[in-house]
Design a protein around this ligand. Structure first.
Ligand code: FMN
Ligand code: SF4
Length: 628
C-alpha cells in the first residue's frame, strides 16, 4: 500500500503507538510529529485529528507547530523526499547540475511532487556537509559527495521503489575529514575520568584514576566538588563556542545560584543545532567524541545540580541518532548516567536526544527551548534568561557541543592547563569547519589566535580573494586582512571558515546569504521579517541587472535598520556579510547595476525622491511599519 494512501485506521494506529511512547506528553510534540511523518511519509489530517484527541491540544496548535518546521509536511510530498543542500559551497560544487539531472531523470519539477506521487525534489539551506558537497537529504538522511553517476543510481533506486534501508550503505557514509587535531580531536578521554575528577574527593580517594594528574592536589579538603569544578572553568577562562563567547563559568554560576521551586530541577542542554551554513565541526565531535560531549554535560550537571539533560540534534544529523543512543546506553550501563552516578547518592542525571526539524532559528537558545517544549521555535522575550527560567520554567544552561567537550578536558587537567593555550581572552583550542575553494576541506583544530593566512595555507587554498569567518552571520575578510587572528580579540568565530578564490563573484555569495536569512526569519518581529525580504528583493533586482544607485543606498539603509531593531540575533546579524561585502567588494555589486554604468542623464530615482518623502517611503523604518 502506498503510504500516502494509508487508511485512516492505520494512521491512527501509528499515532497511538508514537504518542503512547511519548507518554501522551504534549511537550514532545516535535518528536511525535517527526516520528509520525517518518512512518506515514507526511503528516495527514487524520494524524492531526488523532493527536488532538490523545494529547488534548487544539488542532490549530498542532498545525501551527507542524507548519513552522521546514522538514514537516502537511501535504503529501512523495515517498522519497529529496532536498538538495543549497549553501553557497554546494552551489560552487555544482548542486544545481545534480538537481537538474535528478529532476530530468525522474520527470519531476523542482519544488514539486511527481505526478505518480513517488518523489519530490526541492532545496534546503545547508545540510552541514560543506566539506563533502554537493550533498542532499533523502527522507532526512544525508547523502554527500554527489556525482553524476551517483545521481543516476539514485534515480534508478527511486524508480524501482527500493526502500531506503536497502540502498547501498556507502551512499550514506559521511566522512569526518579531520585535517588537524589538537586537544579535543586528538585525545580520547576514558569515559568517567572527567566525572571522577569533578567529584573532587581527596587525591587519596581510591576512585581517582592513578594516572590522572590531579589539579586538586594540595587543595584543602572539605571544599565541595562542584564549587572546585566551577573554579577550574573560571580559571580556564572558557568562553562558549556557539558564537557569542559568553563566559561559561558565569553562565553555570548564575544557573546554579537560581533557586529551584518545589519539584523542579536545573536542566543542561547541549546545542547541536549547528545550522549556520559552513559549520560542521559539531557533527564531527558528535561522531568522534560523543562520550566526551556527554561527559562534559554530566560534569555541568554535577556543578549545577541538574537532573535533566537534552541533546538538541539538528534534523540533518538524524543519521547520528543510533550511534549516539548506543553511547548513552553504554554510559547508563557504566553508571555514568542515571541514578546515583558513580555511586554518588543524589547525583542523578540523564540525557535525552531531541531531533530538530529544519529551522535555523532553533539554534538560538530560547527558540531551542521552545522547540524542546514542543512548540514553534520562536525566540523568547528576555529577561528572564534561560539560566533563570528556561525549559518548562526551570533554570536551564544551554551550551555548544564544543564547550561541553572543553569542559570535560578541563575537569581532568584543570583550568590553568587549558589557559596555557590560545590567547588571554580566547583560551584553549578552537575547531574550524573549512570549506570552499581549497584542496583539503574538513575540520581543523588550532589554539585560538591562529591567523587566517595559516589556515589558508594548511587547507591548500590557492588565490583566495575572501574568507567568510563564522558563517553568513559572521565576518567577510578580503585578502588584505588575511593576517588577522581568529579569536574574540580580533575575528570572533563559531567555527565556519569558507574560502572563495578569485574566480568567485562575491555578489553571488551575498545573494545566497540573503536568500538564507529571508527564508530562515521566523517572522516574529517586523524589522527582520520584512527587512530580510526587502534585502532579498534588492539583491534579486541587482542579480538580473536591474539595479540602480538607489538600490545600493537602500541596502545600506536596511543594513543599519536590521542591526539595531530586531528581537533576536538572527535578524541582528542577517546583514553582517552584506555590510562587509558592500565595503570590500563594491565593484561586484556595481557590476550588477547597469543604470550606474550607463550614467543616465535622467535620474529616475532622484525625480521620485520627493514623492517617496511625501509618502514616507524614504524612511525604511516608516516603510516597514506600513508594510508590517
Ligand atoms: C539564529 C541563531 C542561531 C544559533 N545557532 C547556534 C547553534 O547552532 N549552535 C550553538 O551552539 N549556538 C547557536 N547560537 C547561539 C545560542 O543562542 C547560544 O548562545 C549558545 O548555544 C550558547 O552556548 P555557548 O555559551 O557554549 O556558546 C545561535 C544563536 C542565534 C541567534
Ligand atoms: S529577529 Fe528574525 S528570527 Fe529573530 S525573532 Fe525576529 S523575526 Fe524571528
Amino acid at each position: 500500500m502506498a503510504l500516502n494512501d494509508m487508511h485512516a485506521e492505520a494512521v491512527a494506529g501509528i499515532v497511538d503507538r508514537v504518542v503512547t511512547r511519548y507518554r501522551r506528553d504534549p511537550t514532545c510534540m516535535v518528536q511525535i510529529l517527526r516520528e509520525v511523518q517518518e512512518a506515514c511519509d507526511w503528516i495527514p489530517p487524520e494524524a492531526i485529528d488523532r493527536m488532538q484527541a490523545l494529547l488534548g491540544v487544539p488542532r490549530t496548535k498542532i498545525e501551527g507547530v507542524a507548519g513552522f518546521y521546514s522538514f514537516f509536511y502537511t501535504q503529501p510530498r512523495g515517498k522519497y523526499r529529496v532536498l538538495f543542500s543549497d549553501n553557497i559551497t554546494d552551489r560552487m560544487q555544482g548542486n544545481k547540475a545534480m538537481m537538474d539531472r535528478l529532476c530530468n531523470s525522474l520527470w519531476v519539477e523542482r519544488g514539486k511532487v511527481s505526478e505518480d506521487g513517488l518523489v519530490s525534489v526541492g532545496k534546503t539551506a545547508c545540510t552541514g556537509m560543506c566539506d563533502q558537497g554537493p550533498a542532499m537529504l533523502v527522507n532526512n538522511y544525508a547523502v554527500a559527495g554527489l556525482t553524476a553517476t551517483r545521481i543516476d543510481e539514485i534515480a534508478e533506486l527511486i524508480r524501482g521503489k527500493v526502500p531506503l534501508a536497502e540502498w547501498p550503505a556507502e551512499y550514506f557514509r559521511i566522512e569526518d575529514n579531520i585535517r588537524r587535531a589538537d586537544i579535543l580531536l586528538g585525545s580520547d578521554l576514558k569515559p568517567g575520568d572527567a566525572l571522577l575528577a569533578a567529584r573532587a574527593r581527596a587525591p587519596s580517594d581510591g576512585l581517582m584514576a592513578s594516572n590522572m594528574r590531579s589539579w586538586r592536589e594540595g587543595l584543602p579538603t572539605g571544599l565541595s566538588g562542584p564549587i572546585l569544578m566551577l573554579d577550574e572553568i573560571k580559571r580556564a577562562n572558557l568562553r562558549g563556542r556557539g558564537g557569542a563567547g559568553f563566559a561559561t563559568a558565569r553562565k553555570w554560576q548564575i544557573c546554579r545560584d537560581t533557586p529551584l521551586t518545589e519539584g523542579s530541577t536545573r536542566v543542561v542542554v547541549c546545542n547541536a543545532d549547528e545550522g549556520e551554513p559552513g559549520t560542521f565541526k559539531d557533527r564531527v565531535l558528535l561522531s568522534r567524541q560523543a562520550d566526551t560531549v556527554f561527559e562534559g554535560m554530566t560534569v555541568a550537571a554535577r556543578v549545577l545540580g541538574a537532573r535533566t539533560g537534552f541533546l538538541y540534534l539538528r534534523g540533518e544529523y538524524r543519521y547520528l541518532l543510533p550511534s549516539l543512543q548506543a553511547v548513552l546506553a553504554r554510559r547508563r550501563a557504566q553508571k555514568l548516567l542515571g541514578a546515583g552516578i558513580l555511586g554518588c547518592e543524589g547525583f542523578d542525571f540523564d540525557i535525552q536526544i531531541h531531533i530538530g526539524a529544519g529551522a535555523y532559528v532553533c539554534g538560538e537558545e530560547s527558540a531551542l527551548i521552545e522547540s524542546l517544549e514542543g512548540k514553534r521555535g520562536t525566540p523568547r522575550i528576555r529577561p528572564p534568561f534561560p539560566v533563570e527560567s528556561g525549559y518548562l520554567g526551570q533554570p536551564t544552561c544551554v551550551n555548544n557541543v564544543e564547550t561541553f567537550c572543553a569542559a570535560a578536558h578541563i575537569a581532568i587537567h584543570g583550568g590553568a592547563w587549558w589557559a596555557e593555550r590560545g590567547t588571554t581572552e580566547s583560551t584553549g583550542t578552537k575547531l574550524h569547519s573549512v570549506s570552499g575553494d581549497c584542496a583539503r576541506p574538513g575540520v581543523y583544530e588550532y589554539p585560538f589566535g591562529v591567523s587566517v593566512e595559516r589556515v589558508l595555507h594548511d587547507c591548500g587554498a590557492r588565490h583566495p580573494q575572501a574568507v567568510q569567518v563564522g558563517g553568513p552571520s559572521g565576518t567577510c575578510l578580503a585578502a588584505a586582512e588575511f593576517g588577522r587572528l581568529l579569536g574574540f580579540e580580533d575575528v570572533p568565530t563559531a567555527g565556519a571558515f569558507m574560502v572563495f578564490d578569485v574566480r568567485r563573484d562575491m555578489f553571488e555569495v551575498t545573494h545566497n546569504f540573503a536568500q538564507f536569512f529571508a527564508h530562515e526569519s521566523c517572522g516574529f518581529c517586523t524589522p527582520c521579517r520584512v527587512g530580510t525580504q526587502l534585502v532579498l528583493r534588492r539583491m534579486d533586482k541587482l542579480a538580473i541587472g536591474h539595479g540602480s544607485p538607489f538600490d545600493m543606498q537602500e541596502l545600506h539603509a536596511l543594513e543599519n535598520l536590521l542591526h539595531g531593531t530586531t528581537h533576536c540575533g538572527l535578524g541582528a546579524s542577517a546583514t553582517h556579510q552584506l555590510r562587509d561585502a558592500l565595503h570590500r567588494f563594491g565593484p561586484a555589486f556595481a557590476a550588477r547595476s547597469p543604470l550606474q554604468r550607463l550614467a543616465p542623464g535622467f535620474d529616475l530615482d532622484a525625480e521620485l525622491a520627493p514623492a517617496r518623502r511625501a509618502t514616507g517611503r524614504d524612511d525604511p523604518q516608516a516603510h516597514l511599519e506600513t508594510l508590517g
